[in-house]
Design a protein around this ligand. Structure first.
Ligand SMILES: NC(=O)c1ccc[n+]([C@@H]2O[C@H](COP(=O)([O-])OP(=O)(O)OC[C@H]3O[C@@H](n4cnc5c(N)ncnc54)[C@H](O)[C@@H]3O)[C@@H](O)[C@H]2O)c1
Length: 443
């Protein structure tokens, strides 16, 4: 096993102790985290050089984080070049490049990987990476199907690895302040979290299949998904409309709001009943496998409710936010948005209470979340959105999607993690993987 362990980890932990102490003060930022002391840079492998990875690399470069980028990996060389361009001047040695993630995760000189591929690749890459001793920042959702969440939890435990899901609002100072108030009971007991995503989407008409762009290894892009001819929609960015690679709106932007719903409710179990409906409201004639609007309700064993809605035609959503949550408590309510804001209203009359305040407004957690991952690599303490935390939120996406595809209402046993009396739904907890692109066995 390679990565942050044995002598290198010992050295890094020693050198990190001052930084870790500073970081524990409250929210992490790179100045506190890495301080003035000279730490060995964390050696990163970058897997999936698309839109989101561009933001990660931009953040690393602009904040001069104490990491070195050892590899850039993508099945499209054009994406690698674009990412290399963003890194200009960041480090003296140019990163190695490859279309094979195996090259990255098997390199003994890599400590951790960031995985920002489409969802169908997250678990196969992450499990192998953990087996090879790498810590993993996995973009959201960590899993493409429910059971992959388990495999990621098992691999993280078995191989002693850090996992951070890319649900960055978990690390925002807005979340910390709101969380403190919720824990102090400002709105009493939180009984209901109602989350929504209401970003306007446009009709994306289907396109005919076409030639594979030069240099692209499309068979590897498809990986464990069914083999098919190249289609521009089933490639960069627009893959998110298709079930073979994605989870629709609920698993795209929705997972952020659902993650905050699970956080706000403070549930530590899985739901016992899931209902879902979806339909076509405005995006008639669009390519893609998902409805353009969806509502999922989860009832937890103690009776609390998580309700999620998405609407594709309005930026206004609810309470003036295109996305967010309202947490309904016995003594008030809190409106919370991952745009970086919250407001509390108290009592039967809804008297205004605390808000995030102007100093925290619009803080969305990107920097703090990456810092939390890097800090966890050094301290070996679990990251904020570790595998268990991530799985509880991803579960809502997957169970909701399964309810939508089957009976609309399903009972689920949170202990056995099986639907009760619905074989069709249980079959959808996993999927078929196209050989040879399987998830490695965790022995
Ligand atoms: N945290 C956030 O706010 C946020 C925002 C946007 C996207 N995301 C997530 O980031 C991930 C990537 O989304 P995106 O919008 O950047 O998609 P994208 O299509 O822009 O980029 C994905 C990249 O992965 C590459 N890829 C595919 N298979 C690969 C493989 N086997 N090995 C190496 N590279 C491979 C593709 O060629 C592409 O360059 C998704 O999980 C998405 O949900 C997160």
């Amino acid at each position: 096993m390679t990565g942050f362990n044995a002598t290198r980890r010992g050295f890094l932990q020693q050198t990190a102790s001052a930084g870790a102490a500073a970081a524990s003060a409250s929210l992490l930022n790179s100045a506190h985290l890495f301080g003035a002391e000279k730490l060995a840079p964390i050696r990163l492998g970058i897997i999936g050089c698309g839109g989101m990875m561009g933001s990660h690399v931009q953040g690393i470069v602009s904040r001069k984080l104490p990491v070195s980028i050892a590899w850039l990996c993508d099945v499209d060389p054009g994406q690698i070049s674009a990412t290399a361009e963003r890194m200009k001047g960041f480090q003296t040695a140019a990163p190695k490049t490859t279309s094979r993630y195996e090259d990255v995760v098997m390199d003994k000189d890599v400590d951790a990987v960031i995985i920002a591929t489409p969802h169908h690749w997250h678990a196969p890459i992450a499990v192998l990476a953990m087996q090879e001793g790498k810590d993993c920042y996995i973009e959201k959702p960590i899993s493409h199907v429910y059971n992959e969440g388990h495999l990621i939890i098992r691999a993280a435990k078995k191989y002693g690895r850090i996992v951070q899901q890319g649900s960055q609002m978990r690390s925002s100072p807005v979340t910390e302040k709101a969380g403190r108030l919720l824990r102090e009971g400002i709105i009493g007991e939180v009984k209901v979290a109602r989350a929504w995503t209401a970003e306007p989407r446009s009709v994306v008409p289907p396109l005919p299949d076409s030639d594979i762009p030069p240099g692209v290894d499309y068979d590897r892009w498809l990986g464990p998904a069914p083999k098919r001819p190249f289609n521009k929609h089933r490639f960069h960015a627009t893959w998110r409309m298709f079930q073979d690679y994605a989870n629709g709106e609920i698993g795209d932007d929705g997972i952020h709001d659902i993650d905050m719903a699970v956080w706000g409710l403070g549930v530590t179990t899985l739901p016992k009943q899931i209902t879902a409906r979806g339909g076509h409201m405005v995006l008639h004639g669009s390519a893609g496998d998902y409805p353009d609007n969806m509502t999922v309700t989860c009832e937890y064993p103690d009776g609390r409710l998580l309700i999620y809605d998405n609407f594709p035609f309005t930026p206004y959503g609810q309470y003036g936010f295109d996305n967010g949550n309202v947490f309904l408590g016995t003594e008030g309510y809190m409106i919370f948005s991952r745009r970086g804001a919250f407001s509390v209203f108290l009592g039967q009359k809804g008297e205004p209470g605390p808000t995030e305040g102007s100093e925290l407004r619009r803080k969305r957690g990107y920097e703090e979340h990456m810092d939390d991952f890097l800090n966890s690599i050094r301290t070996r303490e679990p990251a904020r959105a570790n595998a268990e935390v991530a799985h509880r939120s991803c579960a809502v996406v997957h169970l909701g999607e399964i309810a939508f595809r089957t009976r609309g209402q399903l009972n689920f046993d949170p202990e056995t993690e099986q639907f009760i009396g619905c074989d069709e739904a249980n079959a959808l907890l996993t999927k078929k993987y196209r050989a040879p692109f399987a998830i490695p066995e965790i022995t």
